[in-house]
Design a binder for this molecule. Structure first.
Ligand code: SAM
Ligand code: SF4
Length: 325
C-alpha cells in the first residue's frame, strides 16, 4: 500500500504533534511562552493510536512524535509504547528540546523510540539562555550523553541558523561531530505568521554554510530517493556528519515525503499550507479507521506542488509549535 499525491510523491513519514504546549520560549517560535487558552483538548492516547494505525496501514513506516514539546505530556511514554507496537511502524522518532532527556533517555528507548532529534540552538550557556529563555544548556548536553548511553541508533542535533545570534558558533558545532557519530543539522529560519520582523533580522541563507563546508573539505553525500530534506556532508576527520535543511532552496518541495497531523486532529499537507483538514470526528471509534483512511487518501491527492514561502506566503501557521515543525 502506498500513499501518493498528484505529483508522484510517495508519503512514508508522518510528523504527529501530541501537544502544542511548550515549556521553552524560543525567540523564533514562542518568544512569550505558551499561552493556555480555553479550547479543545489535545488528542487522547486512543485518538493518537487511531491516527497512527490509519497512516501505518496506508504504508507510512516512520512516525515522529513532535509538538510543542511532546515530552511535557504525562502519558508521553505510553503514547510512544502504543505507537511503537503497531505492526508497520519501523521508525518511531522523537523531536525534543531535551529538557527531560537526561533522566528519561533509557525509558524512552525502552518504549520503542529508535531515533531522536534534539534541538540545541547554541553551545554556549548564555546564548542558549538568550535564545530559549531557559538556562538549560548543560541539562540538554547531559541529555545527549544519556541518549548515547541508552543506545539510540540515530541521534541528531538540530539548530536553527540565526544571523547575529548563533552563526559564529559553527566551528564549535563541527567539533561536536569530531569524535561522535552525531548528525548535526542547521535549519534555515522559516518565516511564520507571528515573527515577520524576527525573520527579517535573523534569516541567513544556508548557502553561506555550504561554501564554508566545501572550503574545509566536507563532501556532499548523494541523496537517496527516500531521503528527507537535509543535504548531508561528511569529512574524513569527523565521525559525525553535518546537514543543511534549506526550505528556501529551489526544488525543496520536490522531495517532500512527509505529512503532518496536529494535536487538535487536523491533517496538514504542507507546513505552510492555507488550511488543515479536520479529521477528529473520525478518530472516535476503531471501526471508523477505514473511513479515516479514505479521507486521508482523498486529502493527500489534493496536495499542492510547492509552498510559497519565497513569496512571503507563510500560510496559516503562526508559529511552528502548532504543528511541530
Ligand atoms: N519542542 C520540540 C523542539 O524544539 O525540538 C519539538 C517542536 S519544534 C516546533 C520542532 C523543530 O522546529 C525544532 O527543531 C525547532 O528548532 C524548529 N523550528 C521552530 N520554529 C522554526 C522556524 N521558524 N524556523 C525553522 N525551524 C523552526
Ligand atoms: Fe518549544 Fe520547540 Fe518551539 Fe522552542 S522550538 S518554543 S522548544 S516548540
Amino acid at each position: 500500500m502506498h500513499l501518493t499525491d498528484g505529483f508522484d510523491r510517495t508519503f512514508k513519514y508522518l510528523r504527529l504533534s501530541v501537544t502544542d504546549v511548550c515549556n521553552f520560549k524560543c525567540q523564533y517560535c514562542l518568544p512569550d511562552g505558551y499561552k493556555a487558552c480555553a479550547g479543545p483538548r489535545p488528542l487522547s492516547l486512543d485518538e493518537l493510536r487511531r491516527v497512527a494505525t490509519a497512516f501505518s496501514e496506508l504504508g507510512l513506516s516512520k512516525i515522529r512524535l513532535t509538538g510543542g514539546e511532546p515530552t511535557v505530556r504525562k502519558d508521553f511514554t505510553e503514547i510512544a509504547q502504543t505507537i511503537a507496537a503497531l505492526p508497520n511502524v519501523e521508525t518511531l522518532a522523537l523531536t525534543t528540546n531535551g529538557y527531560r532527556l537526561a533522566e528519561r533517555a533509557l525509558e524512552w528507548k525502552s518504549s520503542g523510540i529508535n531515533a531522536i532529534n534534539i534541538s540545541l540552538d547554541s553551545l554556549s550557556r548564555g546564548n542558549f539562555h538568550h535564545i530559549t529563555g531557559h538556562d538549560r544548556r548543560d541539562e540538554v548536553m547531559r541529555g545527549i550523553d544519556a541518549a548515547f548511553d541508552a543506545g539510540f541508533e540515530v541521534i541528531k542535533i538540530n539548530a536553527v541558523y540565526l544571523k547575529g545570534i548563533n552563526d559564529h558558533e559553527i566551528d564549535a558545532y563541527l567539533d561536536l561531530a569530531k569524535d561522535r557519530a552525531l548528525s548535526i543539522r542547521f535549519i534555515e529560519l522559516m518565516e511564520t505568521g507571528d515573527h515577520a520582523s524576527f525573520f527579517q533580522n535573523h534569516y541567513i541563507s544556508a548557502e553561506v554554510l555550504k561554501t564554508k563546508l566545501a572550503n574545509e573539505g566536507w563532501a556532499p553525500v548523494l541523496k537517496t530517493s527516500s531521503a528527507g530534506p537535509a543535504n548531508d556532508f561528511i569529512h574524513p576527520d569527523y565521525q559525525g556528519r553535518f546537514g543543511l535543511i534549506a526550505p528556501y532552496s529551489k526544488d525543496f518541495c520536490k522531495s517532500c515525503n512527509r505529512l503532518r497531523f496536529s494535536s487538535l486532529g487536523k491533517l496538514h499537507l504542507c507546513l505552510f499550507g492555507e488550511f488543515g483538514v479536520p479529521m477528529r470526528q473520525l478518530l472516535q471509534h476503531d471501526d471508523q479507521i477505514p473511513e479515516l483512511k479514505e479521507r486521508i487518501q482523498k486529502a493527500v491527492h489534493g496536495k499542492t506542488a510547492n509552498h510559497l514561502l519565497k513569496q512571503g506566503k507563510t500560510g496559516i501557521t503562526s508559529n511552528l509549535s502548532l504543528i511541530g515543525g
